[in-house]
Design a protein around this ligand. Sequence first.
Ligand code: SAH
Length: 502
Amino acid sequence: MTSRAFVSLIGAGPGDPGLLTLRGAQALAQADVVLFDYLANPELLRHCPQAETIYVGKKGFSEYISQEQITALVVHKAQENGGQRVARLKGGDVFVFGRGGEEAEACVEAGVPFEIVPGVTSAIAAPAYAGIPVTHREAARSFAVLTGNTKEGGAHYERLSGVDTLLLLMGVRNLGQIAADLIAAGRDPQTPAATVQWGTTPQQRVAVGTLATIADVVREAGLEAPAVTVVGEVVRLRDTLRWFDLASTRGGSLAGRTVAVTRTRDGSSGLSDLLRAGGADVLEVPLIRFAPTGDEAALHARLRDLSGVAWLLLTSNQAVTELFLHLNKLGLDARHLAGVRIAAVGPSTARSLEAQGVRADFVPSTPGARHLGAELPAAAGDVTLHLTSQLAEAELGEALAARGLGYERAELYRTEPAQPTENAMQRLKAAAAVTLASGSAARHLAALASADFDPLDLPVAAMGPQTADAAREAGFTRVTVARTASLESLVEAAGEAATLSP
Ligand code: SAH
């Protein structure tokens, strides 16, 4: 058997989670283990819910871990368990000052096959999000990326004298010295300069000066690492091209603040996108995970013989996935369902069915178990079979029973509480607001309580009055309710909730 051992060295992009490449997302989805560092946005981990995740940042919430240890760990994880797929997520691009070369060399030495997935480097992206193009027909025809983390100093800078734009990484702490060295090496002290901190993220901040003043300007503004400093005429273009950090200077209530989006099912990321558009720093917190049914024998017996069942009821995407997984285990396929009619709770579940080659016979006009129960076009005496998790709410069965229809339920999978990562917990504690899309999200969030964290202190924004009631019942006191059941209203409610937090 050939070993599965494989390492993907992936550039995670500069911070905005939308700047991961498609190839990077694909490699994450296939990974058994993901090692991510300080500058790789932890939000990217939603591309790999299946994987073991290990934080190897040199800053933040873990013990100090050296580059040598990380390199060894990458190889070790690839070889563990008879060979695993490792995704190594590195901030920006893999080979721009990321020591990615060393990690690749270690793979070669250990005989572990690998790939490089280049990323969007902060050297170019941070200036771009500050409205500064690194080249421009009129202003600059070349650029160089340099590190401020070197002892070489002046001599090194003289060799750069013909380069129009300089992009300085890891240079905030030594900025005064570096600027002085550049001036000594012949660069005009009046050259415009800008420093971009946390570029492409909601925390992006920019300070602008000249080569002579930039160190002071940066210190006065309180900017620190991680930051990119741009030196060159192109900096002037920010006056006209500034775009991304406009919203936050206007002071939207979500700008630069962390909003946690709790998720209890595989839903759309539409809410996160809207929040981000409002300037929020979004933290997605999955509160549940799916587990196999506790009684597979009973489930298989139920599925094997569907005679007498008029309707199969599917109320989540997960149910569709699990149904076909179990049919497959039984050596069956979609043809086994030929004799029954199938209802989906909403368009998203119907789409999952279609992806399996099955068209839903019925989808209610408004998504939801209650509507499905009220509108299902079943005939008197029909038996319905609801394939669902052990947590299915009683509404659907009650609505059908009230109409005199037979209702049977089979446990297709289980829904269990998920424990957020340590990293996510830290950010959750500091969230300005938390969105709740359902009562069960409220209950699961409350259940995260521990000795040093009381989730009930968090301001929450509820999707509707029912969810708000469930939240209050669970013990939340700072509850804001969306005015209508739309994502836009929920974002607005999150903004209001955030004003309740310090
Ligand atoms: N491989 C990375 C660079 C790693 S070196 C890349 O291609 O971007 C780490 C340095 O990158 C930081 O000190 C800082 O100078 C820069 N950096 C990374 N992310 C940044 C961001 N979002 N905003 C500004 N600078 C960033």
